[in-house]
Design a binder for this molecule. Structure first.
Ligand code: FMN
Length: 349
């Protein structure tokens, strides 16, 4: 509660709480649970692996705190992240109890790569579009607030589970959750990191290093939403640390942008700098609202074959123009009269 209230005070537009489930007693975390990847300078963290599970706090405590947070910050958008087993009753119950507590929206966590696959939760559910469609249908049958389904990047085609969730009626999607990873192996002990009692398990990769993959997946989902589900929304996540990163996600079709590891690195006050950077970008391009540039860069994607065709066409027309201008190709073509023009035609600028 303290953390969420702090986030609202610092100016974050919305907070998505740590994923909750009805029975936190089944969730047991280990320590250490994070491992970092450093840039060449050995100082800057660019990659982050976690083997953290969903919240291990009692659901009843979360419900009480959701109520208190909404009392203290009625203007703050509080989104409950929820995860349950493959049971309609459980999903309906968790939705109803959270919305009774006053949350503004839901994000369904169908995407944690390491969290509770033995209970068929998280990515184990989100990787199977048929199951996802059924579960999203249960959520939508109970939800009176908007619902985003959070997608796992650990699939070949992220459009497939995305489409299944939207078909079931979810208002939007969030992408990406973490990428299944092994951070590295300690060359002294030969143990993979993060080491717990001498062993590890693959975890979820986040931070700056995942941004290119997140952007690609956001682009693919946004393109699909544009053509098949216009009006549905997309929340972009993955390696966002600056306002300029946020601008890139919006240019590729995100309606909103989330930050997770960035807050763990820089703290809650970081939002102010991010907002300044985003505003600076918008002012430079004379964009007044997010809608002015949302999805604007999606138009510049095409197939590789089309890139080859366009480049061939451009080279052919340049060659024709050069031919017409009689650009000098060999020294015997220089002429005294048009020497200046011929020199200019050979210049880059
Ligand atoms: C330590 C840690 C805990 C996370 N816990 C959750 C979680 O409870 N629920 C969830 O949906 N995503 C969780 N995520 C995933 C993030 O919300 C986000 O999708 C992912 O880390 C990529 O964004 P980032 O690079 O900004 O961190 C967690 C990520 C980290 C690093």
């Amino acid at each position: 509660m303290n953390v969420i209230n702090k986030a609202f005070k610092e100016g974050w537009g919305a907070v998505i709480a740590k994923t909750v489930s009805l029975d936190a007693g089944k969730v047991v975390n280990v320590t250490p649970r994070y491992a970092k990847l450093y840039a060449g300078d050995g100082k800057e963290v660019i990659g982050w692996e976690n083997i953290e599970l969903i919240s291990d706090r009692k659901f009843s405590i979360w419900i009480e705190e959701f109520k208190k947070i909404k009392d203290t910050h009625p203007e703050g958008i509080l989104i409950a992240s929820i995860m349950e087993e493959f049971s309609k009753d459980a999903w309906v119950e968790i939705v109803e109890r959270c919305q009774d507590a006053g949350v503004d929206a839901f994000e369904c966590n169908f995407s944690c790569p390491h969290g509770l696959p033995e209970r068929k939760m998280g990515a184990a559910m989100g990787q199977v579009p048929e199951i996802l469609e059924e579960v999203c249908g249960w959520v939508m049958s109970a939800a009176k607030k908007p619902v985003w389904a959070k997608m796992t990047p650990n699939v070949t085609r992220i459009q497939d589970p995305s489409r299944a969730s939207l078909r079931a009626g979810c208002q939007g999607l969030a992408a990406i959750n973490t990428i299944r990873s092994v951070m590295g192996v300690n060359l002294e002990t030969l143990r993979p990191e993060p080491t717990v009692e001498g062993f590890t398990t693959p975890g979820g990769y986040s931070c700056r290093a995942v941004k290119p993959i997140a952007l690609r997946m956001v682009m693919e989902i946004a393109t699909m939403i544009r053509s098949e589900f216009p009006g549905r929304s997309l929340s972009g996540i993955g390696g966002v640390e600056t306002g300029r990163d946020a601008a890139e996600f919006i240019l590729l079709g995100s309606d909103t942008v989330q930050v997770c590891t960035g807050v763990m690195k820089f703290g809650y006050a970081h939002v102010k700098q991010m907002c300044d950077e985003l505003l600076e970008f918008m002012e430079k391009h004379k964009f007044e609202t997010i809608a002015d540039f949302k999805g604007k860069s999606l138009d510049y994607f095409t197939t590789h074959a089309e890139l080859v065709r366009m480049q061939g066409e451009r080279k052919a027309s340049q060659a024709a123009a050069a031919e017409a201008k009689q650009v000098v190709k060999a020294d015997d073509q220089w002429s005294g009269d048009s020497f200046v023009q011929q020199s200019n035609d050979l210049a880059r600028n």
